[in-house]
Design a protein around this ligand. Sequence first.
Ligand code: C2E
Ligand code: MG
Ligand code: MG
Ligand code: MG
Length: 288
Amino acid sequence: AAKAEGRGTARPFAPAMDAALAERRQLEIDLRRAIAQDELVLHYQPQVRSACGRLVGFEALVRWRHPVRGLVPPGAFIPLAEETGLVVPLGEWVLRAACREAAGWACRLKVAVNLSPRQFQQADLPERVLAILTETGLSPDRLEIEVTETVIINDMARALTVLRRLKGFGIRIAMDDFGTGYSSLATLQAFPFDKIKIDRSFVSQLAERPSAAVIVRAVLGLGRSLRIGVVAEGVETDEQMRFLVEEGCEEVQGYLIGKPQPIERLAGALERDLTWLGEVGASSRAAS
Ligand code: C2E
Ligand code: MG
Ligand code: MG
Ligand code: MG
């Protein structure tokens, strides 16, 4: 309708809207090409046991190596990919690449992959995931799938069926960004989660907001009662780390331990970081 009226009529916002729309269309075209032509890359962020610093696995996080814009973070294209449905082929690219790369590592560390709500709308998602495991040769127990509360809330019955099937293959399931959505305690109990990831927003506010500490403690208690492992996301400071160790949070992930990076660059950096992290963990244990 806006098009028919033409530009330059008394509609001050129309040109801006056209520009935004054109940019979106271009982004969509570019993204389609990116998936087809392997412009996507995976960076990996380490996850470690907080008490001893032992590495348990990596979360695979997608980046777009754009020919003009450079390395684009997922926040700049995942939402559009989700809206347009492109997140389905994109997510499959990520899963295949993560499984292939992890299958080639010399260790048996886990790889965690984020799955989007759209991917969960595919009736044959479990079969697709299984096919990728078979194709890449990755053992199912080395794959962890991260889902957000949105996935669960959209269609509880379907999500439960799909997650149970994935779990039946031996894949591990993590609830991502916990505390930011609307899932209830009942949901947590009914679903086959192996892990709860406390959202970064709570960890980052530990020092400033007493309520953040209350929430983190509550989630840790919940994990203990339901026998679900808890990981804290976005750990950036020694102080946060100390709090989490003292409160019995088993696993941590964050810039303090390591930023998401190409796997080959992490290999060297990790050794240093982990030795030092082991000391932080040890002194916290001695103090408590
Ligand atoms: P997420 O799954 O919750 O991933 C954690 C995000 O927090 C990552 O951002 C990571 O770089 C960032 N992060 C980790 N530790 C710290 C820290 O100590 N401080 C701060 N400030 N940030 C930290 P990233 O890589 O930009 O990814 C953002 C989101 O994009 C992810 O959140 C996930 O929801 C989505 N995403 C990334 N890759 C994929 C993918 O392959 N598929 C789908 N569907 N979503 C993806
Ligand atoms: Mg995640
Ligand atoms: Mg998260
Ligand atoms: Mg997040």
